[in-house]
Design a protein. Structure first.
Length: 367
């Protein structure tokens, strides 16, 4: 079977907005001027907290919801006014949404049968797709006889069997336990690479987003706040919101004492640092919050770094987490175990080291 069935297309979400009338708040924007592109065969994730407009945006791309403003294009074709069944999409929902009274075979075959394919053609294609998602031999089972992970594989098979131009996922893993989530997300990523179908995926789980996506679009309160690769968002957050939403972080208060291009001098933690500038609005003399990731902090027993005291130590096997008190600021640090016993313990006076490069200076109010 050829896995790449047709030419992958770009998806262009061009300034879409959707308003709903809320009983208490009146008219609210569930999505506001949302614009991003998915490259042909790309994997884009919409990431953000509950209620930020991810599902609304995905439903507009699918055609379940009509935007109040903006256009949606698939490979250059404007599909904004096309109904769902003419957009050729595959949609995988959080709750699987399988037909309970149909067998696995019938659930997957359904989309092909309504398209009028021959019985033999359907049988061949369903067999191929069930093998692809690891469910060969499950044809005669019913959804109630399957685990959550298996049901989600059936839902995935049903979405890809019609060879969609665009694959859409709305929190597909949130009903699965932690271990299965990791396995399923790797399987989805691998399958998406093989099929090269342009994919838009929705989750509120930043780790899941980083694991599956080429490109992440972060949303908050209906709007896009930043987009980029996982590395961009993690190392170059443009706001406190993104810094705290994507990964663990120390936010350290300080004062901007100078600025030159992409660097700012910041006095904080009793020292002065040359931080990277994370947002344009960073004024000399103003307050700043420095972003410092826990794994960027090295802890030593030497006395040539920032003095700190260990207030908590949590051994977690492959890593050790520390809480530290440094110039009246509480910091978290992560040290990956080297195999050797580490002898730093609660109450110890230690030295902290980190590169200025690891610091991103953001305006204090920029959330
Ligand atoms: N049909 C509707 N009528 C009224 N308000 C709606 C409707 N659908 C969504 N909303 C509102 O729009 C906002 C965005 O909702 P949406 O479902 O897109 O969020 P989400 O990011 O998918 O959240 P979650 O992570 O909880 O699924 C919310 O405030 C929600 O209450
Ligand atoms: Mg949602």
């Amino acid at each position: 079977m050829s896995t790449v069935s047709h030419r992958a297309i770009a998806v262009d979400v061009d300034g879409v907005s959707k308003r709903f009338t809320h009983r208490v708040k009146g008219e609210v924007y569930a999505a506001r001027d949302v614009r991003f592109k998915a490259a042909p065969g790309g994997f884009v994730t919409l990431l953000g907290p509950s209620g930020c407009g991810k599902t609304t945006t995905l439903r507009m791309i699918a055609g379940f919801e009509q935007p109040d403003e903006g256009r949606i294009r698939f490979g250059g074709d404007d599909v904004t006014d096309l109904p769902v069944n003419q957009r050729n999409i595959g949609f995988v929902f959080q709750n699987y949404a399988l037909f309970p009274h149909l067998s696995v075979y019938e659930n997957v075959a359904y989309g092909l049968q309504v398209r009028g394919q021959s019985t033999q053609g359907v049988a061949t294609r369903v067999g191929e797709v069930l093998a692809l998602v690891g469910l060969a031999g499950y044809e005669q089972q019913f959804p109630a006889q399957l685990s959550g992970g298996e049901q989600q594989r059936v839902a995935l098979a049903r979405a890809i069997v019609i060879e969609p131009r665009v694959l859409l996922f709305d929190e597909p893993l949130s009903n699965l336990d932690a271990k299965l989530r990791v396995q399923m997300r790797d399987d989805i990523r691998e399958l998406q690479r093989r099929l090269a179908i342009t994919t838009i995926y929705v989750t509120h789980d930043q780790e899941e987003a980083m694991a599956v996506s080429d490109h992440i679009v972060v949303m908050n309160q209906g709007s896009i706040v930043q987009e980029g690769s996982a590395e961009d968002l993690y190392h170059r957050p443009a706001s406190e919101f993104v810094a705290t939403f994507v990964g663990r972080v120390n936010l350290i208060g300080g004062t901007v004492t100078g600025r030159s291009g992409e660097r700012a001098s910041v006095s904080a933690l009793g020292g002065t640092f040359q931080a990277r500038v994370g947002a344009v609005a960073l004024d000399v003399g103003g307050r700043t919050r420095l972003v410092l990731r826990p794994e960027a902090i090295a802890i030593s027993r030497r006395s040539d770094g920032l003095p700190a005291r260990v207030t908590m130590r949590t051994f977690l096997g492959e890593k050790v987490e520390y809480r530290l008190r440094c110039a009246d600021v509480e910091l978290q640090a992560i040290r990956h175990s080297s195999g050797a016993d580490d002898t730093i313990s609660v109450g110890d006076q230690v030295s902290l080291h980190f590169a200025d490069e690891a610091l991103v200076a953001l305006p204090e109010t920029n959330r």
